[in-house]
Design a protein around this ligand. Structure first.
Ligand SMILES: Cc1ncc(C[n+]2csc(CCOP(=O)(O)OP(=O)(O)O)c2C)c(N)n1
Length: 628
């Protein structure tokens, strides 16, 4: 049997294949996804689960003329392989390689870009409305997971689509999983639909149809009219989608192309909005991923044969230290409650949940709700802690301003993955949080230089009267000893580690260690260099800054965050208000979206390594002045 994948240059080539060939191609796609992600890491579980859906979509829809919008885009590896990117596929998530999500500049088949969940329905509706306004005829489909359907944004779109009755197809990829097991009443509802009578009848009708039409592909699509009858039988009385104004087809077996293709073909021709409810298995076709779907959601490299992760052993991550500190504190305080928005594993709050199962709430992919839910808990006397990736907190901004800070409620935000994140790239960089948090009254913001300070800060933050945001980076800490009780922290005070007459490096978070390394080199060259570990962005330690300004010739701020609105900007605001004439230079990230690639590469590229800081300091300060 000759291989097919190498013969597919675009989705056009998929449309001429028979059912047997499509099934063969599904196997080849899986093989490519498994062997590549084993080397690069990536979203293998979701991508394996969506292989047949993607094949069926490209068979039935005239992509890219018909628009297929992928929610998040982490499940779209088969789509990349089928749309002219097979040869570059090995570069996925690597520097200058293919993105791990969709990218409009990568391909005309990528009609929408996302890394955050639940945008697909709104975007697809926008495209469908634009089509209708221009009197065009193509179809628009959105592929959304059951996890992404837990977000309010998806429901805002369903509400609007049902109201407009716009012609479009919503394919719900239901694998009962978000990253962890999916949660919520709607997830339970979807599970209930699986055993509804519509499923069996739909299946029987499809089988009858297939007996009449043995060869799949184009001929079958032309028989889509015959499939129309299926719709009548597939309606489940009282189905929530039907009540909202959609036609509901399903549930459909999502790894059976013989089921998927005729149903999608019929949905394509339907005049109004349609939901096709597809049942899939995350990790399908690779046993370790089927058995451990959470670990195989987005792993690093692994051995294909054993499914063992190739992970460097090392110190605990910042996320783990954050969660373990909460456990430590919660042993003595019953008011501490933890909240996660579908990330119990990534944030490591699962450790908290293991110890206190009744005190961890997973709200689903619902960051806005998570923030206001936490505000409600705080208003009723609890001490809620919401651990959330910096990038996903962007979703909960109004709730942070209006519900938490305006009411002066003591919610602790653990801002995980603050800074550069690496291979997830532009949609996931945690580099904007200081800029959007700093202007909010009644919010204090801190970042420790290492995991020991993170622990100290978390402990102190839970004694504060109002809201606190503590940033910490992705990845492992420095392996510091965390035995013994946390050290007391003087709230609002930075740490003046070294004094220096020529220049003081004022660093935020782990950049303090970079500053210390730069100082060592600069001192060897004869410069007198001070180092401050800022610790607090708000309140800013202005007393310390004033002392530094009085004793140092220049000041350079360092942060892994965009310069605009960041920590350095806070220092500049203070300096201008106080009339400080000291030369100040702010070092951080530029005003651009930073793509995927190794964090050290970008630190080098943007001049945030010790060597780069030495170079900048030398050229800024000029030659060493000889002193008497
Ligand atoms: C707003 C937002 N919050 C959290 C995430 C992290 N995240 C990425 S994939 C995922 C699970 C998505 O589940 P589902 O939509 O069912 O797709 P599946 O992976 O199961 O195919 C989550 C929580 C995200 N991408 N966006």
């Amino acid at each position: 049997m000759s291989r097919l994948l190498e013969t597919i240059a675009s989705s056009e080539d998929v449309r001429g294949l028979t059912l047997a060939q499509l099934e063969q191609l599904a196997g080849e796609l899986r093989e490519a996804i498994i062997t590549t992600t084993a080397r690069t890491g990536g979203h293998i579980g979701a991508s394996l689960g969506a292989v047949e859906i993607i094949l069926a979509l490209h068979t039935v829809y005239r992509t890219p003329r018909d628009k297929v919008v992928f929610d998040i885009g982490h499940q779209a590896y088969a789509h990349k392989l089928l749309t002219g990117r097979r040869e570059q596929f090995g570069s996925i998530r690597q520097l200058d390689g293919l993105s791990g999500f969709l990218k409009r500049r990568e391909s005309p088949y990528d009609v929408w870009e996302a890394g955050h969940a639940s945008t697909s329905l709104s975007a697809a509706l926008g495209m469908a409305v634009a089509r209708d306004m221009r009197q065009e005829t193509h179809q628009v489909a959105a592929l959304i997971g059951d996890g992404a359907l837990t977000a309010g944004m998806a429901w805002e779109a369903l509400n609007h689509i049902g109201h407009l009755k716009t012609r479009m197809v919503v394919v719900v990829n239901d694998n009962s999983m978000s990253i962890a097991a999916n949660v919520g009443a709607f997830s339970r509802y979807l599970t209930g639909l699986r055993s509804a009578p519509g499923y069996t009848r739909l299946k029987q009708d499809i089988e009858a149809l297939l007996e009449a039409v043995p060869v799949l592909g184009a001929p079958l699509i032309r028989t889509a009219e015959k499939v129309k009858d299926l719709a009548r039988h597939a309606v489940v009385p009282g189905n929530v989608f039907e009540e909202l104004g959609f036609k509901y087809f399903g549930p459909v077996r999502g790894h059976d192309l013989g089921d998927l293709i005729p149903v999608l073909a019929h949905a394509r021709e339907f005049e109004g909005p349609v939901v096709v409810h597809v049942i899939t298995q995350k990790g399908k076709g690779y046993r370790p991923a089927e058995e451990r779907p959470m670990q195989f959601h987005g792993p690093g490299p692994f051995e294909v044969d054993s499914g063992r992760f190739i992970k460097k052993a090392g110190p605990p991550s910042y996320s783990q230290v954050f969660s373990e500190t909460l456990v430590e504190l919660a042993e003595k305080r019953e008011d501490i409650v933890a909240v996660t928005a579908a990330m119990p594993d990534g944030t490591k709050l699962e450790l908290f949940g293991d110890r206190f199962p009744g005190r961890l709430y997973d709200v689903g992919i619902a960051e806005q709700h998570a923030v206001t839910f936490a505000a409600g808990l705080a208003a009723a006397g609890m001490r809620p802690v919401f651990a959330v990736y910096s990038t996903f907190l962007q979703r909960g901004y109004d709730q942070l301003v209006h519900d938490v800070c305006h009411q002066q409620l003591p919610v602790l935000f653990g801002i995980d993955r603050a800074g550069l994140v690496g291979s997830d790239g532009a949609t996931h960089q945690g580099v904007f949080d200081l800029a959007f948090l700093r202007p909010i009254p009644n919010l204090e913001i801190a970042m420790g230089k290492d995991e020991r300070e993170l622990r100290n800060l978390v402990t102190a933050a839970l004694e504060r009267p109002g809201a606190v945001a503590i940033r910490y980076p992705r990845g492992q800490g420095r392996g510091l000893d965390l035995s013994g009780p946390p050290d007391p922290i003087e709230w609002g005070r930075g740490e003046w580690i070294h004094q220096g007459r020529d220049l003081t490096l004022v660093a935020l978070g782990p950049m303090t260690y970079t500053a210390l390394a730069a100082r060592t080199e600069l001192e060897q060259l004869g410069y007198r260099v001070g180092v401050v570990n800022a610790r607090f962005v708000k309140p800013l330690d202005t007393a310390l800054l004033a002392e530094v300004a009085a004793s140092s010739g220049a000041l350079m701020t360092l942060e892994e965050h965009v310069v605009a609105g960041g920590f350095g900007a806070a220092v500049l605001e203070w300096a201008s208000q106080e009339g400080v004439s000291l030369p100040i230079r702010t070092e951080g990230l530029p005003d651009e979206f930073i793509d995927h690639g190794p964090v050290p590469h970008f630190l080098e590229h943007y001049g945030l390594t010790a060597d780069a800081i030495v170079r900048k300091a030398k050229s800024w300060l000029g030659p060493v002045k000889r002193r008497a």
